[in-house]
Write a protein that binds this ligand. Structure first.
Ligand code: 0A1
Ligand code: ZN
Length: 880
C-alpha cells in the first residue's frame, strides 16, 4: 500500500514531547510479547540519501503471551510504504503514534513491510546512518525501529537473513551479522551480498555496514579447534593503526576461554571502525561497530592510556558475545545484567594483561569520580532501575561501573573457583534466552552456595553506603565498630542495611606487618568485630582492594596514614592511604579550618609520603606514577554536601605548587631518569612515560619557568604521543610563546588525523588559563568544529565541563555555554546532548551563587518547545 493513500498520524515525538511529558516505563509492567518473530529476512537497496528496506517477518503467536489478534510493531520516524500479510497487500493496519498495528487472524503469518530511509539526514546516529561516506547502523537500545517496524524489545529473538545491494564503487564492502552466504555482481555497477546469522538475536544486535573499507586480517583457533577469520575494517590508510586492536581481540578470545570457559561461536568476527558514533562501541553479533578512537592506535598518535582503552573496549565488546548476546536481557531494566557483568569481565581481562594493581586503582578512580556523584545527585538510580522515560539515559556509570562492583563483591565473597561455578551455571541455564538480573543472582546462589537474599538489595537500592569506622582497644583485643547508612535517593527515602564485604588487615606498627588478611561482612546497621592478640593498638587497613563500593568514614591520625602509605602490602590500600592523607588535608583547607601550623604539618606529612613514593626502589614506575596523582576536584567536591568549586580548585592548586617547589630536586631527578629511557610498549618503558609526565606536572606547578622549559624540551624531543601530549598538557596551562608554538606544531603535524585533532581541541578546552572560555568560543567557530560529530563535541565541551576555569567560571558564562550547547545539539543528536545535562544537574551541590545560574540554565532548557525525550527526562529530574 502506498503511504499517500492513508493519512499518517504524527510520528514526530519531539513535537509531541513539547505538549505531553513522555510516558514512564515501569519494570513491574513487564508482559511477555504477544507475538514472536522466529525469522527475519531483510532486503536493503542501499544509497547514502535513499535506502529502501523490505522486511519479511515470520510471526508466530506466543503461547506464553496474552496477546490478542493485534501485532504491534514499533517504529520511530519511519512510515510504511507497503504492508503485506502472507503475500497480499492489506488494509488491515493502522498507525498508533509511531507504531504500526496489524490485525492478524491466525497463529502464524508472514508480514512484509517496506520503508524508505535517508541515512545522510540521520544526525541522531541511531538506526541506519551515513558516516564519512559509509553506511552503518546502531540499534541498541531502540534504533532498529528507525529501520523497519518491529517488536523492538530484547526478548524477541530471531534468526536474520540479510540481503543488500548497492553501487560497488561507493560501497565495495558489504557486511552484516553472521556469515556471508553469497555475493555477486549486479547491473549498472551494482553488487550484492547475502548474510545469515544462525544465532537468534534481538533487533538491538542487528548490524549492517557498507562502504569503502580495508581490513587487517588474522585468524584464531578456538579451544575446540574451530578456525575463526578476524577482520578489523577501517578507512583506507588506517590499516597500519589496527595492530594493537587485533592483538587485543586475539588476547580477549584466548582469555575468555581460559578464565570463563567461553568459546567463540561463528567462523567470522568483524569489527568496523566509524568516526561518527554516540558511544564507545557496540557488540552486534559477529559485527562489532566501534568508535574509531577505540580501534586506531600507533605510538605516534595514541597515548599509553589510549592503548589501554582500545584493549579494554575490544575486550568488552568481545566478551558481550556471551554476556549479552548468547544470554541477553529480558527488558531494558536488566541492562546491568549484561553491562555490569561485561565491565567486570573487561576489568579482569585488562588486569591480567597488565598491572592488576594499577588497573584496580584506575577503575576505582572512575567509580568515585563519576559514579559516586551520580549516586548522590538527582539522577541516582539503582543498578536495576524501576522506571525510565528514555532508555538511552540509562547507559550510566551506575549501570556499568557500580554494576561491575556488585558482581565483583559476589566474587570476593564466593572466591574465584565458586564464582566460576556460578557463571558456568548462569551461561548453561540461560544460553539462548533473554534473562533477568534475578536469574543471574539465582545462578550465583546455586553455583556458589552463597545465600544472596539480603544481597539483592544492591540491585534495588540506589545511593553509596557510608560506613563509619571506629577502632578501639580492650585489653589485648582490637575492637572494630562499624555502622552503615545508605543515603536517601530520589524515590527512595528509606533504605535497609546491605551486606558489605570488607577485606581488612591489622598491622603491627613496630614490625610493619600483619597476621593475614580477613574478610568480614557488615550486614547490619551496626556491628562489632573483635580481634585477639593485639597488646598494642594496631593500624587498620580496611576495604582493601576496594572490596565494596562504599565510602569509608574514618577520620584518622596522619601518622597512621603515613604508615600505611609506606607499609601497606595491598597496593590499593597503599594508594588509598596517600589519597586520604591529601583529602583530609584539603578538606580542612577548603573548609577554612586549618591554621598555619596545621597547614604546615599537613603539607609536611604529604610531602614526606610523596617523597618516599618518588624514591621507593621497590615500586614499579606504573604504580609510582599512579600514586603521584592527587585526588581530583570532582572527588574532593564529593566530600562536601555543598562546595565552592573555586575554593576546591584554589586549595588543590596551592598544594600542588607547594609540593612541586618542596620536592623540586627529587622530581627533577625523576624526570631526568625517565627521559633517558627509549620508547617501547613494555611495562617498564610505559612506567617511565607515566612518571615523566607526573613529575613534569608537579615541577611546573612549583616552578612554571622550569616546568615550561622541560615541557617544551620534552614536547620537541618526543617520539610518541604519550610524551608529546603529556608535555603539551603542561604547556597549555602556562603563559608564554612556547604554548602557542607547541599548539601550532601539534596541529600542523597531525591536522589530518581526526582523533589527534580531537586531542588538540580537548587540550585547549581543558587549559587552566583565565580566558579559556574565550578560547573555547573561538574554537567552536572553526570549520573543523563539527557539531554533528560526537567525538569533536565531547573533545571541546565535555572537557570544558571538567575545567574549573571554564565550566565553573564565576561569571556563570561556562554554565551558559553548556546550556546553549544542549539547546543547539538536542535537535541534532539528542543522546549526546542529554549527556551534558548531569554537569548542570549537580547544582544543589554547588555554592548558592553559581547554583542559581546552573538552575536557570536548566530552566531555560526545560522551557524549550519540542525537546527530545532524552534531554527532557534529564532536565526535569535535575530540577525536580
Ligand atoms: N552495548 C554497548 C553500548 C552502546 C549502547 C548504546 C549505543 O547507542 C548509541 C551504542 C553502544 C556497550 O556496552 O559497549
Ligand atoms: Zn557493554
Amino acid at each position: 500500500m502506498d503511504i499517500a493513500s492513508r493519512p499518517a498520524e504524527p510520528t514526530d515525538d519531539a513535537a509531541l514531547a513539547g505538549i505531553a511529558p513522555p510516558p514512564v516505563i515501569r519494570r513491574e509492567d513487564y508482559v511477555p510479547p504477544a507475538w514472536l518473530i522466529p525469522e527475519v529476512a531483510l532486503d536493503f537497496k542501499l544509497g547514502l540519501d535513499a535506502t529502501h528496506v523490505t522486511a519479511r517477518l515470520s510471526v508466530m503467536r506466543n503461547t506464553a503471551g496474552k496477546g490478542g489478534t493485534t501485532l504491534r510493531l514499533n517504529g520511530d520516524q519511519i512510515a510504511p510504504l507497503a504492508v503485506r500479510v502472507d503475500g497480499h497487500d492489506v488494509n488491515d493496519w493502522r498507525l498508533d503514534g509511531p507504531d504500526l498495528l496489524v490485525e492478524l487472524s491466525g497463529e502464524r503469518h508472514v508480514v512484509e513491510i517496506e520503508t524508505a530511509l535517508n541515512p545522510a539526514a540521520n544526525s541522531q546516529l541511531m538506526g541506519l546512518y551515513a558516516s564519512n561516506g559509509m553506511l552503518c547502523t546502531q540499534c541498541e537500545a531502540e534504533g532498529f525501529r528507525r529501520i523497519t517496524f518491529f517488536p523492538d524489545r530484547p526478548d524477541v529473538l530471531s534468526t536474520y537473513t540479510v540481503r543488500m545491494s548497492g553501487n560497488k564503487a561507493e560501497f565495495p564492502i558489504l557486511l552484516a551479522n553472521g556469515n556471508c552466504m553469497a555475493s555477486g555482481p549486479g547491473e549498472n555497477g551494482m553488487h550484492w551480498a547475502e548474510w545469515h546469522d544462525p544465532w537468534p538475536k534481538p533487533g538491538y544486535l542487528f548490524a549492517l555496514v557498507a562502504g569503502d573499507l580495508v581490513a587487517n586480517h588474522a585468524t584464531f583457533e578456538t579451544m575446540s579447534g574451530r578456525k575463526v577469520d578476524l577482520n578489523i575494517w577501517v578507512r583506507p590508510g588506517d590499516e597500519a593503526r589496527t595492530e594493537h586492536a587485533m592483538q587485543s581481540l586475539i588476547n580477549s578470545m584466548k582469555w575468555d576461554e581460559k578464565v570463563f570457559g567461553r568459546e567463540y561461536d561463528l567462523d567470522l568476527f568483524n569489527i568496523v571502525a566509524v568516526s561518527d558514533f554516540n558511544m564507545g562501541a557496540m557488540e552486534n553479533k559477529g559485527l562489532n561497530v566501534f568508535n574509531t578512537r577505540y580501534v586506531l592506535a600507533d605510538p605516534e598518535t595514541a597515548t599509553d592510556a589510549d592503548y589501554d582503552a582500545v584493549e579494554g573496549v575490544i575486550g568488552h565488546e568481545y566478551f558481550h558475545n556471551w554476556s549479552g548476546n548468547r544470554v541477553t536481557c529480558r527488558d531494558w531494566f536488566q541492562l546491568s545484567l549484561k553491562e555490569g557483568f561485561t565491565v567486570l569481565r573487561d576489568q579482569m581481562f585488562s588486569a591480567d594483561m597488565g598491572s592488576a594493581a594499577v588497573k584496580r586503582i584506575e577503575d576505582v578512580r572512575v567509580l568515585r569520580g563519576a559514579q559516586f556523584s551520580e549516586d548522590s545527585g538527582p539522577l541516582a538510580h539503582p543498578i536495576r532501575p524501576d522506571t525510565y522515560q528514555e532508555i538511552s539515559n540509562f547507559y550510566t556509570t551506575t549501570i556499568y561501573n557500580k554494576g561491575a562492583e556488585v558482581i565483583r563483591m559476589m566474587r570476593t565473597m564466593a572466591g574465584e573457583e565458586r564464582f566460576r561455578k556460578g557463571t558456568d551455571l548462569y551461561f548453561e541455564r540461560h544460553d539462548g534466552e533473554a534473562a533477568t538480573c534475578e536469574d543471574f543472582i539465582k545462578a550465583m546462589e546455586d553455583g556458589t552456595g552463597l545465600d544472596l537474599t539480603q544481597f539483592r538489595l544492591w540491585y534495588s537500592q540506589a545511593g553509596t553506603p557510608q560506613v563509619a569506622v571506629e577502632l578501639t582497644q580492650q585489653g589485648e583485643q582490637a575492637v572494630l565498630a562499624l555502622s552503615q547508612t545508605v543515603p536517601p535517593t530520589p524515590g527512595q527515602p528509606d533504605k535497609q542495611p546491605m551486606p558489605i564485604p570488607l577485606r581488612l588487615a591489622l598491622f603491627d606498627r613496630h614490625t610493619g606487618r600483619h597476621g593475614g588478611e580477613k574478610l568480614i561482612v557488615l550486614d547490619k546497621e551496626r556491628d562489632t568485630f573483635t580481634f585477639d592478640g593485639f597488646p598494642a593498638p594496631p593500624v587498620l587497613s580496611i576495604n582493601r582492594g576496594f572490596s565494596a563500593p562504599v565510602a569509608i568514614q574514618y577520620p584518622r591520625a596522619t601518622d597512621d596514614l603515613v604508615f600505611l602509605a609506606a607499609h601497606d602490602d595491598d597496593p590499593f590500600a597503599r594508594y588509598e592511604a596517600l589519597q586520604q592523607l591529601v583529602v583530609q588535608h584539603l578538606v580542612a583547607a577548603i573548609s577554612g579550618t586549618l591554621d598555619e601550623r596545621a597547614r604546615e604539618a599537613g603539607r609536611a606529612a604529604i610531602s614526606q609520603a610523596l617523597g618516599s613514593v618518588i624514591e621507593d626502589p621497590a615500586l614499579d614506575d606504573l604504580m609510582r606514577g599512579e600514586l603521584m596523582i592527587l585526588p581530583s576536584e570532582a572527588y574532593l567536591a564529593e566530600q562536601f554536601p555543598v562546595s565552592d568549586p573555586g575554593a576546591v580548585h584554589k586549595e588543590r592548586q596551592a598544594l600542588k605548587r607547594w609540593l612541586g617547589a618542596h620536592l623540586a630536586e627529587p622530581l627533577k631527578a625523576l624526570h631526568d631518569r625517565a627521559l633517558a629511557v627509549p620508547y617501547s610498549r613494555d611495562a617498564a618503558a610505559r612506567g617511565k612515560r607515566k612518571i615523566k609526565t607526573q613529575a613534569l606536572v608537579l615541577i611546573a606547578a612549583g616552578d612554571p619557568a622550569e616546568g615550561g622549559r622541560r615541557a617544551f624540551a620534552q614536547y620537541n624531543a618526543a617520539d610518541n604521543m604519550t610524551d608529546r601530549q603529556g608535555a603539551l598538557k603542561v604547556l597549555v596551562d602556562l603563559e608564554g610563546p612556547e604554548r602557542e608554538q607547541a599548539l601550532a606544531d601539534f596541529r600542523a603535524r597531525y591536522g589530518q588525523n581526526a582523533l589527534v585533532v580531537d586531542k588538540w581541541f580537548s587540550l585547549q578546552a581543558g587549559a587552566l588559563v583565565p580566558n579559556v572560555l574565550d578560547h573555547i568560543a573561538v574554537l567552536a567557530q572553526r570549520p573543523d568544529f563539527t557539531i554533528t560529530n560526537p567525538n569533536r563535541v565531547r573533545a571541546l565541551y565535555m572537557t570544558a565541563t571538567t575545567n574549573p576555569n571554564a565550566f565553573h567560571h564565576e561569571s556563570g558564562a561556562g554554565y551558559r555555554m553548556i546550556g546553549d550547547l544542549i539547546r543547539r545539539l538536542d535537535p541534532i543528536n539528542a543522546q549526546t546532548a542529554a549527556r551534558f545535562v548531569p554537569a548542570l544537574g549537580r547544582w544543589r551541590r554547588v555554592e548558592p551563587g553559581r547554583a542559581g545560574i546552573m538552575r536557570e540554565e536548566l530552566e531555560r532548557i526545560a522551557a524549550l518547545p519540542g525537546l527530545s525525550r532524552d534531554v527532557r527526562e534529564q532536565v526535569s529530574k535535575s530540577l525536580g
